[in-house]
Design a protein around this ligand. Structure first.
Ligand code: ADP
Length: 441
């Protein structure tokens, strides 16, 4: 700087000398003024060059001049470089941060002071039906038109979340979103969205399940307490008393079966998947199933007036299943006992094991009433019954097929159902080869 002032004084002084000789004191002042003007113009020119040099899109390596101007240029250039680096670091941090929010399974919308959308991640866009690019700087209330959200947005406090319907809602599938607003910065806010459809569904299923269980237990309990009251208050003959006790016993059996099936279901849900260490002999398993099936059909025949079912068991292959014996027994006997319970007396029931190189299959084919196609996908839901009264009469709990399906899933297999009304039904259990030991040691 000092150098520049000295340089300027030098030129002013130098221009003043010839001015002095030519026109005395006035000439000297004039000469100095002209020199000052020229010096000022050259200064402006240099500043202009400097400005253009600095504002080049890419900073040039070296300033193409020397002296004090070079020094100023280098310093300014260094400062600009530092600022550029800092801006790049901040930009990178911002990108990383936005990428992290983008990866979040929850939706995030950033709103400015006027509630205009500054940014939103793809999840929020899908949840609320926004376009992350197009809807930038649009007022959120113009785009999210849910009345529940509008009321929530208008509130002063947003401590609790609110549940609204998501954009993917369809007639069959209702998407539930939990939305919460959080204030941040100076007047800005953050909208967080979370898909709670599965949670809401699980909640509804749990409520339905509890209601179903209560209903299933309440019916026999009411009947039982009615009989107890009758026995206590009305003098009955020994024959009548015996009759009432038999009815009571049937109701308590029903409750016992229900509790046993509920325990089985909860055990299936809460225990580890069955390993492949336990070898279950098909022959031994089917011996038990066959004996019980025959006894059950005879019992039904003794109760109703008619011949027992024609039970046909084809020879069992000499293989072992790898899994839980109690679970497999339950799956197999549920299908056989269902066939007996739903097929009229004297009907035909064929039970068969067969195999292909890929799978081992168990099939129960009956000549019963068959099941209409619309019921088939729902048969394995808990407490879903087609023929409610037949189920009750024959001691059904409405949980048999749910248990069977669960057991099959736990063994990597599946339950398949085919049925035509009036032509009977075929229930199949398909086991993958990984659960079959064809040549036991
Ligand atoms: P339940 O204890 O009521 O038999 P399941 O889960 O075992 O319960 O079966 C569900 C429903 O499927 C039954 O209520 C019945 O309506 C129907 N069902 C099952 N097996 C048969 C079959 N072999 N023939 C006709 N209907 C059947």
């Amino acid at each position: 700087m000092l150098f520049s002032i000295l340089e300027m004084l030098f030129w002013v002084g130098l221009a003043g000398i010839p001015g002095w000789f030519l026109g005395g004191a006035l000439g000297a002042v004039l000469g100095a003024l002209i020199a000052l003007l020229i010096y000022g113009a050259s200064l402006l020119w240099k500043l202009d060059r400097l400005e253009r040099w600095l504002s080049a899109p890419v900073l040039r390596q070296d300033p193409p001049w020397s002296g004090v101007w070079r020094e100023i240029s280098v310093r300014v250039q260094r400062m600009l470089r530092q600022q550029e680096k800092l801006a790049a670091v901040h930009q990178k941090q911002l990108q990383d941060f936005l990428q992290a929010i983008q990866a979040s399974p929850n939706g995030v919308v950033l709103l400015d002071e006027q509630a205009r959308i500054e940014w939103c991640n793809d999840t929020a866009a899908a949840h609320l039906g926004l376009d992350a690019q197009r809807d930038r700087m649009q007022h959120v209330m113009h785009l999210v038109r849910d009345p529940v959200f509008a009321r929530y947005f208008a509130q002063k406090e947003h401590d609790a979340e609110v549940v609204i319907e998501g954009r993917s809602t369809s007639v069959v599938n209702r998407q539930k979103l939990s939305v919460q607003l959080h204030a941040y910065g100076e007047g800005r806010s953050l909208v967080l969205t979370r898909d709670i459809t599965a949670v809401a569904q699980a909640d509804a299923m749990r409520r339905d399940f509890v209601a179903n269980v209560s209903h299933e237990i309440r019916t026999p309990l009411t009947v039982l307490s009615g009989f107890v009251e009758t026995l206590q208050s009305i003098p009955l003959s020994a024959e009548e008393t015996l009759h009432y006790l038999q009815l009571m016993s049937a109701q308590s059996d029903r409750m016992q079966s229900l509790v046993a099936d509920l325990l089985m279901l909860s055990q299936l849900e809460g225990s580890q998947l069955p390993g492949t260490q336990e070898k279950v002999s098909l022959a031994a398993l089917m011996l038990q199933v066959t004996t019980e099936a025959q006894a059950f059909s005879d019992w039904m025949a003794s109760k109703g007036e008619g011949p027992a079912h024609q039970l046909e068991f084809t020879p069992v292959p000499d293989v072992y299943l790898l899994g839980s014996r109690s679970e497999l027994l339950s799956a197999v006997s549920n299908l056989v006992s269902n066939a007996i319970r739903y097929t009229p007396l004297g009907g035909r029931i064929q039970v068969q094991w067969s195999g292909t190189p890929e799978v081992l299959m168990f099939a129960v084919k009956d000549s019963g009433p068959g099941i209409a196609a619309e019921h088939l996908p729902r048969l394995s839901e808990r407490f879903y019954r087609v023929d409610r009264s037949r189920s009750r009469e024959t001691g059904g709990t409405g949980l048999g097929l749910a248990i069977t399906k669960h057991v099959m899933q736990r063994h990597g297999g599946e339950l398949r159902i085919e049925s035509v009304v009036g032509q009977g039904s075929t229930f199949r259990l398909v086991f993958p080869n990984s659960r079959v030991l064809r040549q036991p040691d």
